[in-house]
Design a binder for this molecule. Structure first.
Ligand code: F6R
Length: 244
C-alpha cells in the first residue's frame, strides 16, 4: 500500500520529507537511514541541517547506508556520491563519519565490493527508513528497466539515457562514468519503511506508470506497490497525470 502525500511544490515536499526522517531519528536515535543523492533530496537535506542547527535533531547515534555510487570516481571527485553526501548533509550535522556508508566506487573488484556492501547492511541490522528519488525511466537507485528485478547490491552498466541525463554535471560526456554500484531491488525492498520523493511535471508520466500501472521490472519503481510501508511525497506537478 502506498500512502500518497500531495504537496503544493518542491519546498513543501522537502519539508514534509524532512519531518518524516526527523520523526524516525527522534523515535529511534540509533536508526539506520538509507539515503539517496540526485537533485530531489537536496531540499530535504537542507531542512534536516536546519533542524540540527536549531537543536531539534541529533545525528550522533544515526547510521546511514547510501543507495549507490559511480564506479571509478575517487571520493574527492565532486561528482562522486561520497562528495555529494558530505557536501549536502554529513559535513553539516553531528553524524559520526564512521557510521556513514556508501559503496566504494574506487574498489575495482565489483563482485567483492557489492557482496561486502550487502553484508554490511545486514550487519547494521537492515535499513529502518529508505529515502528514494525516481528516475525518468522508473529507476530507483541505479536499477534500470530490465527483464527481472535484481536482488542484491550489484554493478550496473548505466543506460545511454542515464548517461545523457548526467552529462550536465561533467566536463564532457566521455567523463560520465559508465558503471555504478547499486543496492538491488531486493536490498531496497528489505527496508522497514520507504520514503520516495518526486517533484516536477517531467516526472508526471513515470509517476503514473510506477504507482498506478502494472508491477513490472521494465518500470523498476513499480515494485514498491508490493512493499508494506511506502510513503510517496510528490508535488502537484508530479501528480498531474493521476487523479490524486
Ligand atoms: C540517487 C539515485 C537515483 C536518483 C534518480 C532521480 O542516489 O539512486 O535513482 O534518485 O536518478 O534523480 P533526480 O533526483 O536528480 O531527479
Amino acid at each position: 500500500m502506498i500512502r500518497i502525500i500531495k504537496t503544493e511544490d518542491y519546498n513543501e515536499m522537502s519539508r514534509k520529507a524532512a519531518n518524516i526522517i526527523a520523526a524516525q531519528v527522534i523515535s529511534k536515535p540509533n536508526c539506520v537511514l538509507g539515503l539517496a543523492t540526485g537533485s530531489t533530496p537536496i531540499g530535504t537535506y537542507k531542512r534536516l541541517v536546519e533542524m540540527y542547527e536549531a537543536g531539534d535533531l541529533d545525528f550522533s547515534g544515526v547510521k546511514t547506508a547510501n543507495l549507490d555510487e559511480y564506479k571509478g570516481l575517487t571520493r574527492d571527485n565532486d561528482q562522486s556520491y561520497y562528495f555529494f553526501m558530505h557536501d549536502n548533509l554529513f559535513n553539516h550535522v553531528n553524524i559520526d563519519p564512521e557510521n556513514t556508508n556508501i559503496p566504494d566506487g574506487t574498489k575495482e573488484d565489483a563482485e567483492k565490493e557489492c557482496a561486502a556492501y550487502e553484508e554490511l547492511i545486514k550487519e547494521l541490522g537492515g535499513v529502518d527508513l529508505q529515502l528514494l528519488g525516481l528516475g525518468h525511466n522508473g529507476h530507483i537507485g541505479f536499477n534500470e528497466p530490465a527483464d527481472d528485478f535484481p536482488v542484491a547490491t550489484h554493478c550496473v552498466d548505466l543506460q545511454e539515457s542515464t548517461i545523457e541525463a548526467n552529462k550536465r554535471f561533467f566536463a564532457s560526456i566521455d567523463d560520465v562514468p559508465r558503471k555504478a554500484y547499486t543496492m538491488g531491488i531486493g536490498t531496497i525492498m528489505n527496508a522497514d519503511k520507504i520514503l520516495i520523493l518526486v517533484s516536477g511535471e517531467d516526472k508526471a508520466d513515470i509517476v503514473a506508470k510506477a504507482f498506478f500501472g502494472p508491477v513490472t521490472p521494465q518500470v523498476p519503481a513499480s515494485v514498491l506497490q508490493l512493499h508494506k510501508n511506502v510513503t510517496l511525497i510528490a508535488d502537484a506537478a508530479a501528480l498531474s497525470k493521476v487523479n490524486k
